[in-house]
Structure formats: structure tokens, C-alpha cells
Design a binder for this molecule. Structure first.
Ligand code: AMP
Ligand code: MN
Ligand code: MN
Ligand code: MN
Length: 283
């Protein structure tokens, strides 16, 4: 089984390394199959692909799409996508527009809470001002010494019911899967262990996802603990999903799991790169 890392971020979204540097780090860390999956933007894919090719590192174009399902944010990764497909690009552009409006609202809340200039600061910290994320707010507040670490900002203000958080209704699961499939990609439910759904809701989610043509879930991810590798491996088998794995790397000092560090998938799971759409791209 190749050492695969199919989930990570660059400065095109909320990562700290440029796409080319993420490619080089993946290769240096021994990754044998790599995908760049920035939030709601594919502008890093071309450079990532070019550098990966120069390093003989097999590469898949990817994206991590923000979705609202049952009133909560859900992340759906698209792998092996055509990163020039107009329907996908239009959909992602609409999400980035929502992000800008949300960020302005969060800036206002931080101002009211006694942290003026946070929106402008977060924008300066963002490598790509067209993709503003909660991560940039947290990073700015830590870099300016107003908080000791990013988790503290999330815990105190930015978590989903935090005082500075502005809830947003992202596109539906149907829309996101529609864009991924239009772009010939494979849809993957990212880090299922992170969502606060009830057991009944999870069953509904897996059924809806499968009905819409979703094929895979992340099993081994930097966002899961080892117990969850087991749990979601069993879920994948039970529901007949392919299994994906990735570090969810954002930056050298920020992420639990570096590129290539996530343990390999259990042998009894079918890896997502066996999906015909992906196997064809790798052939
Ligand atoms: P957004 O897409 O703007 O809602 O921001 C979500 C991003 O914030 C995630 O992709 C993570 O990178 C980061 N994040 C979410 N929750 C936390 C947390 N509790 N601690 C640190 N980072 C987090
Ligand atoms: Mn992120
Ligand atoms: Mn995510
Ligand atoms: Mn991610």
C-alpha cells in the first residue's frame, strides 16, 4: 500500500506553506501519493501538480468543500477533480464570497469584544485574501500576542457557538457532490469523527451521501485519534465506502500530524485510489 496523504492545506487556503513547498515537504517526508485539498479553492493545484511531477510524486487535484448538513458544517473532499471545470469553479467562488461576508461579521464581533482591527489583521495574515478562514483570525491574534495559542482563540471565541463566530449556511451536500461529480472527481466525507451529529443523523448522512453518489470517507486522518481509525474503518466496511487517509496538515508548528505521518489504512479496507475515476487518472 503506498504511503498516501490525500488531505492537506497551503497558503491558498488556511495552510502556512506555499503549494510548491507543501509538494516538496510531502515528497521529502516519503509520501507516495499526494493530493492538495485547500478549502473552497483550487488555485494551488496547478503549481502543486507541476512540482509533484518534477519530483515524480503521483498527484491528485483536490479540494475541501464547506457544506451545511443538518444545521452543521460538514467538510466534503473532492479527489481527482478536473480543477478547471466551470461548475466547480463557480460553486467554489460563491463559497468564498460567503466567507468574505462572514469574516467581516466576525471582525465586527471581535471589535465589540475588545479586539479591534482583527478583520484587517486576519486579511494581512491570509496568504490569499480571497479565501479568509477562522484560522487566519486565530493566527493573527496569536501572532500579535493577544492569545498564547490558536486553540485558545477557538475555545474562547471561534468555536461553532463562540461569541465571535458568525454562523453561515454553506451549500448543500447535493450541490457540493454535484460540482465534484461534474468535475469527474470522487467525493469523500472528511474527518467524520469531528462532527457533533447524533447516531441517527450520522446514519442519515451516510445514506444521503451514498444516494448522491458519494463513494468514500476518511478513516485515517490527523483529525482522528487511533480509536477513531478503528471506528470509521468499521463504518466504511459496513456502508461499503472506500477509505481515504490524510494528515490534514496546515503547518509545521500547527498540525498534530505532519505530511505523510498518518498511519497506513487497514489492509481490509479498499483505498479510495481504487475508485475507477482515480485509478484512471493515476494510470
Ligand atoms: P472555517 O473554514 O473558516 O470555518 O475554519 C475552519 C478551520 O479552522 C478548520 O479547517 C481548521 O483548520 C480550523 N479549526 C477548526 N476548529 C479548530 C479548533 N478547535 N482549533 C484549531 N483550529 C480549528
Ligand atoms: Mn483548515
Ligand atoms: Mn476539515
Ligand atoms: Mn482540512
Amino acid at each position: 500500500m503506498p504511503r498516501a496523504d490525500l488531505h492537506c492545506h497551503s497558503t491558498i487556503s488556511d495552510g502556512v506553506l506555499e503549494p510548491a513547498d507543501v509538494a516538496r515537504r510531502a515528497s521529502a517526508n516519503g509520501v507516495e501519493l499526494w493530493a492538495l485539498t485547500d478549502h473552497d479553492e483550487v488555485a494551488g493545484v496547478a503549481v502543486a501538480r507541476q512540482v509533484a511531477e518534477s519530483l515524480n510524486l503521483p498527484f491528485l487535484a483536490g479540494v475541501e468543500i464547506s457544506v451545511t448538513w443538518a444545521g452543521r458544517t460538514l467538510h466534503v473532499v473532492g479527489l481527482g477533480i478536473d480543477d478547471a471545470h466551470p461548475a466547480l469553479l463557480d460553486g467554489l467562488a460563491s463559497i468564498r464570497q460567503q466567507r468574505i461576508e462572514r469574516a467581516q461579521g466576525m471582525g465586527q464581533r471581535f471589535s465589540d469584544l475588545g479586539y479591534p482591527g482583527t478583520y484587517e489583521g486576519a486579511l494581512r495574515v491570509a496568504g490569499n485574501p480571497g479565501l479568509i478562514s477562522r484560522t487566519h483570525f486565530a493566527r493573527y491574534l496569536v501572532q500579535t500576542g493577544q492569545f498564547s495559542h490558536m486553540q485558545a482563540v477557538f475555545d474562547q471565541y471561534l468555536k461553532d457557538d463562540g461569541a465571535a463566530y458568525v454562523p453561515t449556511v454553506w451549500p448543500t451536500l447535493e450541490e457540493a457532490l454535484g460540482w465534484i461529480h461534474a468535475a469527474s472527481g470522487v467525493a469523500v466525507i472528511a474527518h467524520p469523527g469531528r462532527y457533533q451529529y447524533t447516531e441517527l443523523q450520522f446514519e442519515g448522512l451516510f445514506a444521503a451521501f451514498k444516494d448522491l453518489g458519494g463513494q468514500a470517507i476518511e478513516v485515517n486522518t490527523g483529525s482522528h485519534n487511533p480509536g477513531q481509525f478503528q471506528t470509521y474503518g468499521d463504518v466504511a466496511k459496513h456502508h461499503g465506502f472506500l477509505a481515504s487517509c490524510g494528515s490534514d496538515f496546515h503547518g509545521p508548528k500547527e498540525s498534530r500530524c505532519d505530511l505523510g505521518e498518518v498511519p497506513s489504512l487497514r489492509q481490509d479496507l479498499t483505498p479510495v485510489w481504487h475508485a475507477p475515476a482515480i485509478a484512471a487518472r493515476l494510470a
